[in-house]
Write a protein that binds this ligand. Structure first.
Ligand SMILES: [Mg+2]
Length: 106
C-alpha cells in the first residue's frame, strides 16, 4: 500500500523569491495562491446562483469559510512580514466603515 506524504512532512529546498521564508516579498506567492482559491469558490457560488451545494456535491459554504480563512491568514502574514501592517490596517478600517455604510443604505 502506498502512503501519500503529507505536505508537512515534505522536505523543500531553500525558499525562492516571494515564498514564505524568502528575503524578497515573503508570502507573496502564498497570497496570490490563496486569493485565486477564494476567487474560484466565489465563481462557483455565482454559478450555483448562491446555493451552497455545487453540482459536484461540494459544500460551497464550507469551502468559502476555508478559503476566506486562508486568505485572511495569507494577508496577515504578508503584511506583517513586509512591514505593511499598520498602513494596511488603517486602510482596511476605512474600507470596512464604508462597506458597512453602503450596506446600511441598502
Ligand atoms: Mg486555500
Amino acid at each position: 500500500m502506498t502512503t501519500l506524504a503529507r505536505v508537512e512532512d515534505q522536505q523543500f529546498g531553500p525558499a525562492g523569491p516571494y515564498e514564505i521564508g524568502s528575503d524578497l516579498w515573503p508570502g507573496l506567492a502564498k497570497l496570490a495562491e490563496e486569493a485565486g482559491e477564494l476567487i474560484q469558490i466565489l465563481a462557483k457560488l455565482v454559478g450555483a446562483s448562491g446555493r451552497d451545494r455545487y453540482y459536484d456535491g461540494t459544500n460551497l459554504r464550507e469551502r468559502l469559510v476555508e478559503e476566506c480563512g486562508d486568505l485572511t491568514a495569507a494577508i496577515a502574514f504578508f503584511t506583517e512580514t513586509n512591514g505593511l501592517g499598520a498602513e494596511v490596517d488603517a486602510r482596511a478600517r476605512q474600507k470596512l466603515a464604508l462597506f458597512r455604510h453602503w450596506h446600511e443604505q441598502g
